[in-house]
Design a binder for this molecule. Structure first.
Ligand SMILES: Nc1nc2c(c(=O)[nH]1)N[C@H]1C(S)=C(S)[C@@H](COP(=O)(O)O)O[C@H]1N2
Ligand SMILES: [Mo]
Length: 313
């Protein structure tokens, strides 16, 4: 295990460009393997206040330019803190993310409650540069710090009867003022089919730009499913359950004609009130074509073989 704490003289990840961050890390990894040091499962963090450093890059990374940190953390959807895009950055600052446990249970042999510190220590963290595409037709490229969801699921040993995975966000209206208003049926819920959840592209993210997740982005741990519309990527997760039946999902419950369970990014299937064919990358002026599965078709299209994706939208 490699633990490297940032020296005070080094720039913070937010102060350096993504390019130099990744160049530095590649140099470090090359040096480490030349010296015969195994990078098993990536680096650990020294303590929760220090940044993640020297993580390996995921093989799934996009080569597109990352959206600047300031934009990723200032334009958010997190209805627990309000429905405006600037509300989460404004109102989530005091949100308490310690202590934090994630309960993983349901149809599994070894249900367990995991303290966030243990998840951070025992998970194979990587830098995962993924596109996030909101159903509202904007998108970002986010350098997440995360690990495959399946690593956590495997720890509890799913039973053969488990077919889906259900997720829940914390329910705490005192801390999350948006939950006092019934904009959604709280707590925020989402779900995946088990094979989707086991795909190595589906991650639990614990950071971005090498730092712990800012509260507005779903601290301390959130799902990221890059081939699906952003609302599947549920934030501030406290419960993960292996279940037999298709779970409830907040947007699907609120408006089933507009938000299906699968919600794979699909330029050929429009939202009833607007087109999904194009998207605006945050920070860019012109729209670009939206790609099927958000550009991850080669990796995930086989999960949906034989399914009519207009019916199962
Ligand atoms: N708990 C919870 N998770 C959530 C949401 C939310 O309102 N509450 N919004 C979703 C939507 S619609 C999107 S597009 C993404 C936005 O993630 P970001 O703010 O980190 O870019 O989070 C998703 N996860
Ligand atoms: Mo979204």
């Amino acid at each position: 295990m490699l633990i490297r704490v940032r020296r005070a003289s080094e720039p913070k990840p937010s102060e350096i460009t993504p390019e130099s961050l990744h160049l530095d890390r590649r140099r470090f990894i090359a040096g480490a393997s030349a010296a015969g040091v195994a990078l098993v499962g990536g680096a650990a963090i020294a303590d929760e206040a220090s940044p993640f450093t020297d993580l390996p890059d995921s093989r799934f990374n996009t080569t597109e330019e990352s959206t600047p940190f300031d934009k990723i953390t200032a334009y958010n959807n997190f209805y627990e803190f309000g429905t405006g895009k600037e509300d989460p950055a404004r109102y989530a600052g005091e949100f308490r993310t310690r202590p934090w446990t994630v309960e993983v249970g349901g149809l599994c042999a070894k249900p367990a409650s995991f303290a966030i510190e243990d998840i951070l220590k025992s998970s194979p963290l990587e830098d995962r540069i993924y596109r996030l595409r909101c159903v509202e037709a904007w998108s970002m490229v986010v350098p997440w710090v995360g690990f495959p969801l399946r690593d956590l699921l495997n720890k509890v040993e799913p039973l053969g009867s488990a077919k889906f995975v259900a997720f829940e966000t914390l329910l705490d209206p005192e801390q999350m003022p948006g939950q006092a208003v019934r904009t959604l049926d709280w707590p925020y819920r989402e779900g995946l089919r088990l094979d989707e959840a086991m795909h190595p592209l589906a991650i639990l993210a614990v950071g971005l730009y090498g730092k712990p997740l800012p509260n507005q982005n779903g601290a301390p741990i959130r799902l990221v499913v890059p081939w699906k519309y952003g609302f599947k990527s549920i934030k501030s997760v406290v419960r993960i359950s292996l279940v037999e039946d298709m779970p409830q999902a907040s947007w699907n419950m609120a408006q089933p004609s507009e938000y299906g369970f699968y919600s794979n990014v699909n330029p050929a299937v429009d939202h009833p009130r607007w087109s999904q064919a194009r998207e605006r990358r945050i920070g860019e002026f012109l729209k670009r074509d939206t790609l099927p599965f958000n550009g991850y078709g080669e990796e995930v299209a086989s999960l949906y073989q034989g399914m009519d994706l207009a019916q199962w939208f």
